[in-house]
Design a protein around this ligand. Structure first.
Ligand code: CDP
Length: 222
């Protein structure tokens, strides 16, 4: 079994950036599991599937092609909202389980380990992960970051609407019965409200190093 680092947290907490940097530092493969749910949401929207129908949404999850998940179309707020809705279905989550387990067991590129980020990595997908981080920040700070990200992308987002959307998504992700967003008992809590990306990475790395030891010295593996 490869070495697994689990990174969980709410929307716009900075967990994606952190997971990517940890993966680069250790020479591990990285999987943003949110993209799997966004990919299913995109298919549900495009095919006109009824988002209330669990079996129909699970069929879309089963037909997902993981090679198509890099599209910027998946990053829109509408797709994120739909992802949050359909990810509450246990059958959708089940359909995406195999892919995540295979990624962990055999990280692409022959990497020695994998960093997975999402909502349920430390609790459901990889309960035995060597290091678990729960990354969070105040909802106002997360809304500020997401708003800036949207403005940078050229979309005319309104801060109050972004804030409300995050509040709704937090409530949905935390209150669902299937794999809710919750900190694993053995996860390190990283509150990035008053940290920039470098400070968050330094704090995360200090914790991960305490669990995994330092990254290999070979620069090719970093
Ligand atoms: O990037 P952002 O944090 O906005 O969201 P994301 O990580 O792309 O995930 C989109 C939605 O997928 C979330 O609101 C969750 O409801 C769902 N998701 C999940 O249920 N489980 C995961 N492991 C990852 C995402």
């Amino acid at each position: 079994m490869s070495v697994v680092i689990a990174v969980d947290g709410p929307a716009a907490s900075g967990k994606g950036t952190l997971a990517r940097r940890l993966a680069r530092h250790y020479g591990f493969a990285h999987l943003d599991t949110g993209r799997l749910y966004r990919g299913v949401a995109w298919r549900v929207i495009q095919t006109g599937t009824d988002p209330q129908q669990e079996a129909a949404c699970a069929a879309q999850a089963g037909a997902l092609d993981a090679h198509t998940l890099d599209s910027p179309d998946l990053r829109t707020e509408a797709v994120g909202r739909m992802a949050s809705q359909i990810s509450a279905f246990p059958a959708v989550r089940q359909a995406l389980l195999d892919y995540q387990h295979r990624f962990m067991a055999h990280p692409p590129g022959g990497a020695r380990g994998a960093v997975l980020d999402g909502r349920d990595i430390g609790t459901v997908i990889a309960p035995g992960a060597r290091a678990k981080l729960f990354v969070t920040a105040s909802v106002e700070e997360r809304a500020r970051r997401r708003h800036k990200e949207l403005l940078d992308q050229g979309s005319g987002a309104i801060y109050a609407a972004v804030l409300q959307d995050l509040r709704d998504r937090d409530a949905r992700d935390s209150s669902r019965a299937a794999a809710p967003l919750v900190q694993a008992a053995d996860a390190f809590l990283l509150d990035t409200t008053s940290m920039d990306a470098d400070a968050a990475f330094a704090a995360a790395l200090a914790f991960v190093t305490s669990r995994l030891g330092p990254a290999p010295a070979d620069p090719a593996r970093r």
